[in-house]
Design a protein around this ligand. Structure first.
Ligand SMILES: [Zn+2]
Length: 122
């Protein structure tokens, strides 16, 4: 891959990373604020048990999403490392070139389509 291409993907990865980090922080704040409010309300208002339940569910759901995003951040970090080493755009498993169409869709992917399918089938 040409160096100018790599730099373009690096820009993309930086953009995704900062957006993800912003989202993760915002979601964590919402989840924490919600649990804090429930704690202070619970003595005064015992009538909203049903609502409380759904809030807890929502909180778990949000935390689940955050875990997925943390995984994505890991992929982005290692993609950036591969750009630094000059090996970006090559599959980490078979060393084949990853098509640009795939990199444009998932710039942080470490593997080509063939290896990704193999991983899914395992
Ligand atoms: Zn491969």
């Amino acid at each position: 891959m040409k160096k100018t291409d790599m730099l373009a993907y690096r820009e993309k990865l930086h953009a995704i990373r900062s957006r993800l980090r912003g989202d993760v922080t915002a979601m964590a704040e919402v989840a924490l604020r919600k649990s804090g409010m429930e704690g202070s309300d619970s003595n005064a208002m015992p009538i909203h048990m049903a609502e409380l339940g759904s809030d807890n569910f929502e909180q778990e759901f949000t935390l689940g999403l955050m875990e997925a995003d943390e995984g994505m951040l890991g992929h982005i970090e290692s993609a950036l490392e591969r750009i630094e080493r000059g090996s970006y755009g090559r599959c980490v498993q078979c060393d084949g070139a990853i098509p640009k169409a795939r990199l444009n869709a998932i710039p942080y992917t470490p593997v080509c389509i063939k290896c990704a399918e193999q991983q899914e089938n395992q």
